[in-house]
Design a protein around this ligand. Structure first.
Ligand code: NOJ
Ligand code: CA
Length: 704
């Protein structure tokens, strides 16, 4: 009997082989094989350096209320191959030019019984694979509802993964490092701990997911160009080590409403034996369309401070009064209520922040809690909390606008939607116009709480379309967007570079809400950041939260040197110096790095990296000869050895090195750092010890 099964398997593999079609990446490191199984199910297989990375995996979609899903019964009607090779210039980014080079295989499939057509388009790059489903215009497939996408990613073993649990409403988790086989159980526990609203399965994880095989290969699974579709999670069959797509449902449990011609986002697999190559991958951006905005002159990187951390830590409040348990927007006369004395967004304080920004060369000032409604803004599913235009009595929009203009500082608007999405959409034109009328060119939006309409959640198609609507409308008004709690980015900033930031992961705020893992920032660049920049809000110098707010027992799990390094390691064209001005005034020598560091880059060099342990990156400022280096370190103290061979051979430089002091430690001694100045050339070698949860930052300037 055993013999029979073996020969049967052999028979099938011969059949498969006969139908298989293979392409190679431009540098021949990857090969992709497409084949149909006996029953006409499409499959793919990915190899790297002649070793299988993704075992034969099924492709297809299950349709709702349809006599036949798009899973099997296919024949290939045509294979077409193409090559693409171009260099494009991002509006802002980690380098001034990006190469987009791939070989493409488009497989036109015809379903025999229904005569339906579906194309699977593969793009094989030198750093991995992207593929998507396309549904051409046709008579037999016009409107359809997706019950589930059934794309598989069959792993070759029990890899080590850094993952966050499958959740439809939040990504703000610490990463868990475990074997794939250990995800079961841990996933559910993590969701419960985070008090999430909706999640699925106890083996469900979110993308972007980074894994490492026992042989030392790094694999990242994610998606690119998420437009008019639900965000993809992954469900693991942990007996067979097969991930399968699990789309975010809508209020009815449906996964996607489609009308041909249309397509899915790209499913992406980035692979390398070098962790640094994963950080250097531009595949996600390359799979997005070129810039759709014609005049980009108004889109600019922004370094900013904000009236923010003091509310996050509990030192002050967004709200104006404690008197009213339930304020009614438009009905409450705020001039008659008693102020609570802790409302931070008042004229006097905001002017102090503007002065500080102007004195230290920051581009912008964010102010939260400027508008009415914060007394009862979430938890009660109130539809109408904010109108995004009515300030509290102590915040004079015009006066602040004039003052900021005088000081050469841009104001950044805050729109907390409280997830009342239709309310936001109803106000959007007026709110954006109000911004323009008052000199605001950038908005931080937010989606805290349960989505209204009820039953929708943060990452389904309906919400994905909302974020896109708000972004495109912002472009019409020449407004830059930084959306918090929105769906995780998938490289859309290439097409819409006014999307200068997103949160969409666990940001610095959690350091004030109980703390994050000290190695969190050594994982984010391998996961969340592959889709686009994060408004991580670094730059905290006072780590003891009780010093800001006596009842806050939280501790920022990071050293000051680590905080400085984040401006280099966490790439973003939008960088905040998040701590209070008075804390920077206590450490002006370290603060100098935040003032100096660039936010737009000509070139980036990924020097060393290991997820969970360390990342060291060097970047050259756009339009100058200045370089900045950042190293963030995980839990184990470590000596980082780097050579500055990225510097120009014929130039001399001066380096200012901001490092952990010998006795620094993220928990016990986070504020201990040293600053040393040194002459360097391209031959210089540095050996620097980073503390547990520490790191270093270096600014390197040319000297004549
Ligand atoms: C959560 C955001 O991440 C945070 O930055 C913001 O201050 C609050 N929501 C209030 O909108
Ligand atoms: Ca948040």
């Amino acid at each position: 009997m055993k013999l029979f099964i073996t020969s049967l398997a052999l028979y099938f593999s011969v059949i498969n082989l006969a139908l298989a079609q293979q392409i190679w990446s431009p540098n021949k490191t990857f090969s992709l094989e497409f084949s149909l199984l006996e029953d006409g199910s499409p499959t793919y297989k990915l190899s790297y350096l002649n070793k299988t990375v993704i075992e034969t995996s099924r492709l297809g979609l299950e349709l709702k209320d349809d006599k036949k899903s798009l899973l099997n019964d296919f024949v290939v009607s045509e294979y077409s191959e193409a090559t693409f090779n171009e260099v494009w210039a991002p509006v802002w980014g980690e380098e001034k030019e990006i190469r987009n080079h791939y070989n493409e295989l488009a497989v036109n499939l015809k379903q025999q019984e229904t005569n339906r057509e579906m194309i699977v388009r593969f793009r094989l790059f030198n750093d991995g694979l992207g593929f998507r489903y396309e549904f051409p215009a046709q008579d037999n497939l016009v409107y359809f509802v997706i019950k589930e996408e059934r794309t598989q990613f069959a792993m070759t073993g029990d890899h080590t993964a850094f993952w966050i649990p499958g959740d439809f409403d939040t990504q703000e988790y610490d990463y868990t490092k475990s074997k794939l086989s250990e995800i079961r159980g841990l996933s559910e526990a993590a969701v419960t701990a985070n008090l999430s609203q909706t999640s699925f399965g106890d083996t469900g994880v979110q993308t972007s997911l980074i894994m490492k095989t026992d042989e030392g290969l790094y694999i990242n699974l994610h998606e690119a160009a998420l437009i008019n579709y639900s965000c993809m999670h992954l469900n693991l069959d942990d007996e067979n080590m097969i991930f399968e797509s699990f789309l975010t449902p809508d209020a009815n449990g449906d996964k996607g409403y489609m009308q041909a011609p249309c397509n899915t986002p790209w499913r992406t697999i980035i692979v390398s034996e070098n962790a640094t190559d994963i950080l250097a991958s531009r595949m996600t951006l390359n799979l997005n369309d070129p810039c759709a905005i014609e005049d980009i002159s108004w889109i600019k990187p922004v370094k900013y401070i904000g009236v923010w951390w003091e509310m996050i830590t509990g030192k002050s409040t967004w709200s104006y009064t404690n008197d009213l348990p339930a304020v009614q927007l438009g009905k409450t006369d705020y001039s008659k209520v008693t102020p609570n004395g802790t409302h931070a967004a008042n004229n006097e304080k905001v002017k102090r922040y503007i002065d500080f920004a102007s004195d230290h060369g920051f581009d912008g000032v964010l102010v939260e809690g400027w508008n009415q409604g914060w007394e009862d803004w979430f938890g009660h599913s109130k539809d109408y909390v904010f109108d995004f235009m009515t300030p509290y009595p102590d915040f004079d929009v015009q006066e602040i606008h004039n003052y900021a203009k005088l000081k050469g500082v841009e104001m950044i608007m805050h729109h907390e939607t409280s997830s009342s999405v239709r309310n936001y959409e109803r106000h959007l034109d007026d709110a954006y116009q109000f911004m323009k009328d008052n000199g605001y060119n950038a908005v931080k939006s937010g989606y805290v709480g349960d989505i209204l309409p009820r039953g929708e959640n943060h990452y389904n198609q309906w919400m994905v379309n909302h974020y896109q609507y708000a972004l495109e409308k912002a472009a019409d008004y020449e407004i830059m967007v930084n959306a918090h709690e929105a769906v995780r980015p998938t490289g859309l900033c290439r097409t819409y570079p006014n999307l200068i930031g997103n949160e969409s992961a666990r940001g610095t705020e959690y350091q004030a809400f109980g703390g994050s893992k000290a190695n969190h920032v050594t994982v984010l660049p391998f996961t969340r950041l592959l889709g686009g920049p994060m408004d991580y809000t670094p730059g905290i110098f006072e780590m003891d939260m009780s010093k800001l707010s006596p009842n806050n027992t939280s501790h920022v799990n990071s050293t000051i040197a680590n905080q400085l390094a984040l401006y280099v390691t966490m790439y973003s064209p939008l960088q905040m110096a998040a701590d209070l001005p008075e804390h920077y005034e206590m450490f002006l020598d370290a603060f100098q790095f935040i003032k100096d560091v660039a936010i737009d880059w000509e070139e980036s060099v990924y020097l060393e990296a290991e997820p969970g342990d360390y990342i060291t990156i060097a970047r050259k400022e756009k339009g100058s000869n200045n370089w900045f280096v950042g190293n963030v370190n995980g839990y184990d103290s470590r000596t980082s050895k780097i050579t500055l061979d990225f510097l120009d051979k014929d130039k001399k430089y001066e380096a200012i090195i901001y490092a952990d002091a010998k006795d620094a430690h993220y928990k016990t001694n986070p504020q201990a750092y040293s600053i040393k100045t040194k002459k360097v050339t391209y031959k210089s070698k540095l050996s620097l010890v980073s503390a547990s949860g520490g790191g270093y930052a270096i600014s390197i300037k040319e000297i004549k």
